[in-house]
Design a protein around this ligand. Structure first.
Ligand code: GUN
Length: 287
C-alpha cells in the first residue's frame, strides 16, 4: 500500500470538540443551547442505528437532542403537523427527518415543509438553490464532510480535476457543487457513463458515492489521486458480515496518494457536520 490514510474518525473528533467549545461559550455568554430534533418514521434497523448515534453525539457536544419516533403507518398530515410545530419552536434550531421515509409519504413535500433555516440536512429546495448559486446555505452533511477532509489534506483545491461517481441529491450533486465552488474542474459520472474507468483515471480527486460495494477498483485510479469513499455497504464475505465502501480498498490504496477507509473515513464526518450545521443554524437564528 502506498496511499496515506485520511483519518475521518480523528478529524470528526476534532470537529466535534470545536463544536462543543462553541456550544459551551453560547451557554455561558448568551444562555443559549442549540437544539436538534430528529424525526424517525418506522423501524428501519439501519435508520435506528443512525438516529441513536446522532442523539448520543448531539448530547455529548452539549446540545439538546429531541427524538420523535413515529410508527411506520403515520399519515402525511400528522408528520407535516409535527414539522410545523418544530418549525415554530424557538428551542429547536435544527430539524432532520431521517430518510428513506415509508413509501406512502411524499419525501419532497416533507423536506420542503421544514423551515429552510432549520434544515440542517441542506435538502430543502431553497438550500439546494442557494448552494447551486454559491450563496450562503445549509450544506448537506456528507459532502461537507468530504470537502473538509479534502481541504485539510490539500489546502487549496483550485484547478484540480474532480470526478464524482454518483448523482444523488444527497451526495453526488451537492458534492459536485461544493467542488465547483472550490474551483475544481468537475465531472459527474454515473451508471450510464461510457468508459467509467477512463473518466475516473482523469481524476486528481475521485469521490465514490454510488452505493455499490467495491465498484471502484485500483485500475480506475490515477496514480497519486485522492480517493474519497462515501459508500457504506453491508456485505457477507466468508460467512461473516462486513462493512465495505464503494471503493475496492486494497487495489485502490496501492495506486492512490491518499484514501479514506470504510469504516472510519467519511462516515464519522457526516454526524460531525450535522452538529456543526446545527450550531450554525442556532447562531444565525440569534443573530
Ligand atoms: N439517511 C441516510 N443518510 C441521511 C442523511 O444524511 N440525512 C437524512 N435525513 N437521512 C439520511
Amino acid at each position: 500500500m502506498t496511499a496515506a490514510i485520511i483519518d475521518g474518525k480523528a478529524f470528526a473528533a476534532k470537529v466535534r470538540a470545536e463544536v462543543a467549545g462553541h456550544v459551551a461559550r453560547l451557554k455561558e455568554e448568551h444562555g443559549l443551547q442549540p437544539g436538534l430534533a430528529v424525526v424517525l418514521v418506522g423501524e428501519d434497523p439501519a435508520s435506528q442505528v443512525y438516529v441513536s448515534s446522532k442523539g448520543k453525539q448531539t448530547v455529548e457536544v452539549g446540545m439538546a437532542s429531541i427524538e420523535h419516533k413515529l410508527p411506520a403507518d403515520t399519515s402525511e398530515a400528522v408528520l407535516l403537523d409535527l414539522i410545523g410545530k418544530l418549525n415554530a419552536d424557538p428551542k429547536i434550531h435544527g430539524i432532520l427527518v431521517q430518510l428513506p421515509l415509508p413509501a406512502h409519504l411524499n419525501s419532497e413535500l416533507v423536506i420542503n415543509t421544514i423551515d429552510p433555516a432549520k434544515d440542517v440536512d441542506g435538502f430543502h429546495i431553497s438550500n439546494v438553490g442557494l448552494l447551486g448559486t454559491g450563496q450562503k446555505s445549509m450544506v448537506p452533511c456528507t459532502p461537507l464532510g468530504c470537502l473538509m477532509m479534502l481541504r485539510d489534506h490539500h489546502g487549496k483545491l483550485a484547478g484540480m480535476n474532480a470526478v464524482v461517481v454518483g448523482r444523488s441529491n444527497i451526495v453526488g450533486k451537492p458534492m459536485a457543487q461544493l467542488l465547483l465552488g472550490d474551483s475544481c474542474t468537475v465531472t459527474i459520472a454515473h451508471s450510464r457513463t461510457k468508459d467509467l474507468a477512463a473518466v475516473c483515471r482523469g481524476a486528481d480527486i475521485l469521490v465514490a458515492a454510488v452505493g455499490r460495494p467495491e465498484m471502484i477498483t485500483g485500475d480506475m485510479v490515477k496514480p497519486g489521486a485522492t480517493v474519497i469513499d462515501v459508500g457504506i455497504n453491508r456485505i457477507e464475505r466468508e460467512g461473516k458480515a462486513k462493512l465495505v465502501g464503494d471503493v475496492h480498498f486494497e487495489s485502490a490504496a496501492a495506486v492512490a496518494g491518499a484514501i479514506t477507509p470504510v469504516p472510519g473515513g467519511v462516515g464519522p464526518m457526516t454526524i460531525a457536520c450535522l452538529l456543526a450545521n446545527t450550531l450554525t443554524a442556532c447562531c444565525r437564528a440569534h443573530g
